[in-house]
Design a protein around this ligand. Structure first.
Ligand code: 13P
Length: 289
């Protein structure tokens, strides 16, 4: 069932767990994530970056594929189709394509402009029943061409943006897209606690979920994080399982080169990663609560 992310995140905040956003890249990713969510009776958010949208030939293709797959697989858990780190134009393109949720990443604009554009998009999204995420501060590293310096968000700016009526707020707290470097200082729980204090019931979003140790994830959830984004970790799992299959020469045995066989270990590896994260985030069994 494709739905906005508002209700599932409200419940997650109240229930002290987090819903995973898993980014999709193609049919295998989408199928693996949907099947795992259904098997675990967990709500889920499918994230689509602008780069991944382009790769899949456009947001309309993505929306059509996700809607049809959700139906044909008989998925009954709540699924939100969400634009990840959207530009102003990208948000409108996804609204038109039939996404159920958008993220407007205005973090690189001066705060006044971020506020003005977010305000406009909140009104459009809510009018159409979509949920909307905004970002303050920036997530470090690079994801599909979106580069951030990784500065921690200012709690007062978070409050100002939360007050615009967004459904979820991404705040930089030292998190980074991609793999964490050896010398990473860790999440700034001081910043997170200050943001939580100012924003109250607002579901907070932790980007850069790949490689954050379990104890830090748990502490972040305790401090008000209700949505955690994971992208790179599914890519690493897929690549690792595919490499093993090819290195074992399995593609050369019989019809092992058939894409349905060649891509199967990678697809199973994505399922295992998604399962592990849903268990860690506490969203298992929460689809109907
Ligand atoms: P990772 O690729 O580090 O898991 O980050 C995902 C993300 O934050 C998507 O916005």
């Amino acid at each position: 069932m494709l739905v906005s992310a508002a209700e599932m995140l409200k419940k997650a905040k109240e229930g002290h767990y987090a819903v995973g956003q898993f980014n999709i890249n193609n049919l295998e990713w989408t199928k693996s994530i949907l099947l795992t969510a259904q098997e675990l009776n967990s709500p889920v958010i499918l994230g689509v970056s602008e780069g991944a949208g382009k790769y899949m030939t456009g947001f309309k293709t993505v929306a059509a594929m996700v809607k049809a797959m959700d139906e044909s697989l008989g998925i009954t858990v709540p699924v939100a189709l969400h634009l990840d780190h959207g530009s102003y134009e990208g948000c409108y393109a996804c609204i038109e394509a039939g996404f159920t949720s958008i993220m407007f990443d205005g973090s690189h604009y001066p705060i006044e402009e971020n506020v003005a554009k977010t305000t406009e998009l909140v009104s459009v999204a809510h009018h159409l029943g979509l949920s909307i995420e905004a970002e303050v501060g920036s997530i470090g590293g690079e994801e599909d061409g979106v580069v951030g310096m990784g500065e921690c968000a200012d709690p007062d700016e978070c409050k100002a943006v939360a007050d615009l009526g967004v459904d979820m707020l991404a705040a930089g707290i030292g998190n980074i897209h991609g793999k964490y470097p050896e010398n990473w200082a860790g999440l700034s729980f001081e910043t997170l606690a200050a943001i939580q204090e100012k924003t109250g019931t607002m579901p907070l979003v932790l980007h850069g979920g790949t490689g954050i140790p379990a104890d830090m994830i748990k502490k972040a959830i305790d401090l008000g994080v209700s949505k955690i984004n994971v992208n790179t970790e599914c890519q690493l799992s897929f690549a690792d399982a595919t490499r093993k299959y090819v290195e074992a020469g399995k593609d050369l045995e019989g019809k092992g080169f058939d894409p349905r066989k060649l891509l199967a270990p990678g697809a199973d590896a994505i399922k295992a990663t998604v399962k592990e994260k849903m268990e860690l985030f506490g969203s298992v069994g929460k689809a109907n609560n």
